[in-house]
Design a binder for this molecule. Structure first.
Ligand SMILES: CC(C)(COP(=O)(O)OP(=O)(O)OC[C@H]1O[C@@H](n2cnc3c(N)ncnc32)[C@H](O)[C@@H]1OP(=O)(O)O)[C@@H](O)C(=O)NCCC(=O)NCCS
Length: 146
């Protein structure tokens, strides 16, 4: 299994992997080819995929704003789970974040995503009970919940 940086040429394989996973949240703008291309342009050093025999088997979209890191849409193909691939992808991404001087990384995961929460807990990502997550849409987005 090779772990390497994602380019926009990998988009179709990555999107197909995302759509094969349950309990994830996408939308028609940020996760379109154009949206992911924009993300990759802004975060060229922190987005990684795992590839075997030409198939995308894992992905992690890491990015940052110069202060905090954020992880989006991490996924590992079902047949490859519980083999440590998620941990390898995450470690690769976190090392890249450190090289960019990022000292704290956050993410969102649906409360009902048991496997996702178990994974993040095992990786030391704690739940902040003292904060409310707030956001506001600046344009209309169509949700794509898997
Ligand atoms: C979450 C996900 C990326 C984990 O990938 P993975 O390759 O299976 O992760 P790892 O093999 O590195 O697991 C590391 C540890 O996390 C924990 N863990 C992972 N999946 C788990 C599960 N289903 N149940 C309980 N613990 C789990 C375990 O402690 C595991 O160590 P162990 O296998 O030695 O017990 C994968 O389950 C996935 O793609 N899920 C669907 C997409 C998703 O929910 N993404 C997260 C949204 S933010």
């Amino acid at each position: 299994m090779e772990i390497r940086k994602m380019t926009i040429a990998d988009y179709d394989g990555v999107y197909a992997l995302w759509m094969s996973c349950r309990n994830m949240g996408f939308n028609d703008v940020d996760d379109s080819r154009e949206g992911i291309e924009r993300f990759l342009r802004r975060n060229p050093e922190t987005v990684f995929i795992a590839v075997e025999d030409g198939e995308v088997e894992g992905v992690i979209l890491g990015g940052h704003d110069g202060r905090r890191g954020f992880i989006h849409h991490m996924a590992v193909r079902e047949k490859c789970r519980r083999t440590g691939l998620g941990t390898k992808l995450l470690d690769t991404c976190l090392e890249a974040m450190k090289r960019e001087q990022i000292s704290k990384v956050a993410l969102l995961v649906f409360k009902y995503n048991e496997a996702g929460n178990a994974f993040w807990e095992a990786q030391g990502f704690t739940v902040r009970e003292d904060l409310n997550y707030r956001n506001k849409a600046l344009r209309e987005l169509v949700r794509i919940d898997t």
